[in-house]
Design a protein around this ligand. Sequence first.
Ligand code: BGC
Length: 748
Amino acid sequence: MSAFGDAQGAQSVELTLTEAASLLSGADMASTKALTEHGIPSVRMTDGSNGLAMNLPDFSGKVPATCFPTSSALAATWDPALVSRVAAAIAREAAAAGAQVLLSPGMNLKRSPLGGRNFEYYSEDPLLTAELAVGFVKGVQGEGVGACVKHYVANNQETDRMRVSADVSERALRELYLRAFEEVVSRAKPWLVMASYNKVNGTYVSEDERLLTGILRDEWGFDGVVVSDWGAVDDRVRALRAGLDLEMPSTSGASDAQVIAAVEDGTLDAAFVHRSARRVAELARRAADSRRPTGDPPAPVESAADLAITAAERSVVLLRNEHGVLPLAPRAGVAVIGAYASAPRFQGGGSAGVQPKQPAGSIVDAVGARHAGTVEYAPGYAADGLTRDPALLDQAISVAATADVAIVVVGSPESAESEGYDRADLDLPEAQNEIVAAVAAVARSTVVVIVSGGPVRTEAWRTSVDAIVSTGLAGQGVSLGLASILVGDADPGGRLAETWPCELADTPSFLSFPGEGGHSVYGEGIFVGYRGHDRINGAVAFPFGHGLSFAETRFEDLAVVESASGWSVDVTVVNDSERAAREVVQLYVEAPELAARRAPRALVGFAAVAVAPGQKTQARIRVPRRALKRWDEAAAGWTLDSGIHTFVAARSSRDAVLRHEIDVVGDDIRMPLTAASTLVEWLGHPSVGPALIAAVTEADPTGRTTGMLTNPMAVLMIGGLPIGRLAVDAANALTLDLLDRVLDSHMG
Ligand code: BGC
């Protein structure tokens, strides 16, 4: 029997095993089962990371909704408050359509730029991902709708996604892949966590008790429902025992029957069934308590359509701008070239796809409406984005040749970015590279606008065009948002949330992505994204964090105040220009590499600020002590290393502006010394090392043993030996007894 309280916990009802088991799988594709006789209603869930993506009842399409920038585009804003506003708007539309849970945000790290769903995810960096996901969850739940963070965890590829094992070290798992989930679970308290399809180190996440219960609930305090990704359950009974509460979608009662049979034949303790049933019932209660009447959404704080445009504008990243070609000179004759300029891509494919309420419009029309000079258009390549058309190419060249500025709109084709498969490469279709080169050869100035859900290879023309702009997949506001940047009505405040490599082969995961034989070995360890690029100091097309402003800003006065919980860092941003500026102050740490390898710089905080012309503003960034910790493999725990750490205020991971050293007193966890510890570990211990030397000096008055242990060359050679093995050699004074005595007197 499981007991359920009503909203106030005043009364409780008892469920039979059959009733409890029935709550553990879906009623259909999107809802949980109700137990009306016990006052437990059904909960309706829907996708919706960049806009409500609710299927129509007959699955013939989706409910029309406002289409916002995809998470990867929105991540370029580095603005959790804006993400929160967008999330709240999505939640309002979800609630109005009758859903109580939004299956978002997707927050997997971008281990490789080839990830097919990268457009649904935020970043290659866990801190940026965490801050944006916290914003999203708070925005959704502030509207009384539950958020479901996904896909927990290490679901970093689409290839073989239902079976592949992410073989990843504990350190990389803790510092990167789990890290963002940990923050969001502990700070934003999502109602649900979705267990991903893949395995981690050989075990399906949906059956991994350590991940679903040990880490998620016992360590992080998660108190909501763990739901399977749709169809992710391989063995229902094992999954239930591990902590997977709700299986989705419906299994037509088959898995409920398996659960009941397992209890009846004694292989499953009924307590697991009631434990998960209680959590699902609690979710239903939460949802019912905050349910709004369906129908028209309440009067919005801001129009969703306007917010979609603002968000698109703020997602734009200006990657290159030579000779001040942007913003467009007011009277410049402009040629807009590229089929994607008349029908821009604005979202990716798969379950997140939105049926936009308002059309994305055309970039040509949007620029035409904002720009005072002439605007001409030539498609340049076929509408599919792939096919070369010599007649269109020739026409585009002649239009470009007479213009002051040619804006070529290119992008990855629709088929390249979707749930279900990974990208094959980073290349733009040849027809598009050809047109960029041809236009750049004849135009007075060339601006390339890239519409894509992730980085594309720009090597063919990166340094021969004047400006490069990335819009991301920016939702229905893409055209108007982009136009206001191109004409200079707004400052491009977007900054890359992922590295744009020169070549795919430069990316840290290149050699092992997407794996083979059912395994994806995360060989790059913690060196994902910029951590890896920076570690080898390899060339990149555009570094993590990069993005240019039209204004001229300076960072001044990096001031650090320490407290018991961490550091408060202030940076003054001065706008020396006559334009309003948007800036993102990025704060990285350079940590000492005494005990473990570290990324040269790791993001520990950031602040997006607006600075009026000629004004200054202060960006305040709080860095908790936790942000400087690393996972220690040997100790199986977090540790803060002592020593000089440097805070770096920067404009990208490669563009340091201000530096400030702090002397950290850490916790320096040390593994207990034993006979299996190496000679170097013994000698390196601050009190045991000197005590050992003193003890052998006394035990061997010839000085031979002391000489061996203090001769640098000898220590280099034998320092890696477990000390117990040296202690059996009669040629020196080390004995197991002596080691014990030293330990006893110096370790207490
Ligand atoms: C996707 C999830 C999605 C679910 C429900 C799955 O295929 O991986 O992200 O929430 O379907 O549509």
